[in-house]
Design a protein around this ligand. Structure first.
Ligand code: SAM
Length: 275
């Protein structure tokens, strides 16, 4: 008998993948967690019925969360990841020698535990001595840490369950205060096909708080529609003013110095959401 996993992305549309094996299916204190083996994309982490990451295409998302901000800030030393319990963003942050400390705050310790066990190539940086892993609500953490970070990355689930507050204006204001005076923040902001309203409202809120706001895209096949957006808010440095000829080559599969500015060139229908 064939088993298929389907993520319903709207009431009338979804994506589906053939399952080889189910490793975990558990209701944690915060969400429904599944870790499955798929034929096409390898091991897949699913939370509340939504694909969080897969071994085959994770590099796109994790590189594109980490590198545009870290190569825009001239000297990022202290970095915070809110969410991100699979460890993929941390693995990418550790490629930056200027980073002295990377703090990961995920609300759900089970995501961290199962990612270490079933996604070792993604979670591999979590034991690094430069990394501190905290199980807590990211909203609480930023409100308790003022003027603390050079870069903050929000690698959260979509705005359901524990992540609802992570898409609120109060959270972005907290992030502004948690950043140092030249800090940068970046958040994953979903897709423009089914979540146009979300992209618009995040953009509006972040613009009221940060002087520089930029949106960029990447192609992630297992996320709804395949076209993903990221919103960056910066107090001082503009990613579009970076001299890409000075960006060092790092080990990567998606991000390149040439892509740094190119990723910010948006299709018109996405550009229209960010006005
Ligand atoms: N890359 C994914 C995506 O865009 O679909 C998201 C990665 S997943 C690891 C996101 C993480 O955010 C989950 O581990 C979840 O536990 C965490 N999370 C959700 N709400 C949170 C909150 N309020 N504070 C901290 N972490 C939170």
């Amino acid at each position: 008998m064939e088993l298929w996993y389907t993520e319903k992305q709207t009431e009338a549309y979804g994506i589906t993948a053939k399952i080889k094996e189910t490793y975990v299916r558990e209701q944690t204190d915060f969400q429904d967690l599944a870790m499955i083996e798929t034929e096409e994309f390898g091991t897949m982490l699913i939370l509340d019925g939504m694909v969080m990451t897969t071994v085959r295409d994770e590099f796109v998302y994790h590189e594109m969360v980490a590198h545009p901000a870290l190569f825009t800030h001239p000297n990022p030393k202290h970095v915070l990841v809110v969410g991100g319990g699979d460890g993929g963003v941390i693995r990418e942050i550790l490629k930056h020698p200027s980073v002295e400390k990377a703090v990961l705050v995920d609300i759900d310790g089970k995501v961290i535990e199962y990612s270490k066990k079933y996604l070792p190539t993604i979670a591999c940086g979590l034991e690094d001595p430069r990394v501190e892993v905290i199980v807590n609500d990211g909203y609480m953490h930023i409100h308790d840490h003022k003027n603390a970070y050079d870069v903050i990355m929000v690698d959260s689930t979509e705005p359901v369950g524990p992540a609802v507050e992570l898409f609120s204006k109060g959270f972005y204001q907290g992030i502004y205060e948690s950043l140092k005076e030249d800090g940068i923040f970046i958040a994953q902001t979903d897709n423009p096909w089914f979540k146009a309203d979300l992209i618009q409202s995040v953009n509006r809120d972040v613009r009221e708080i940060f002087p520089i706001v930029r949106v960029y895209c990447a192609n992630i096949p297992t996320y709804p529609s395949g076209l993903w957006t990221f919103t960056m808010g910066s107090k001082k440095y503009d990613p579009l003013e970076v001299d890409e000829t000075k960006i060092p080559e790092i080990e990567s599969k998606y991000y390149t110095p040439r892509l740094h500015k190119a990723a910010f060139v948006l299709p018109r229908f996405v550009e229209d959401l960010c006005k």
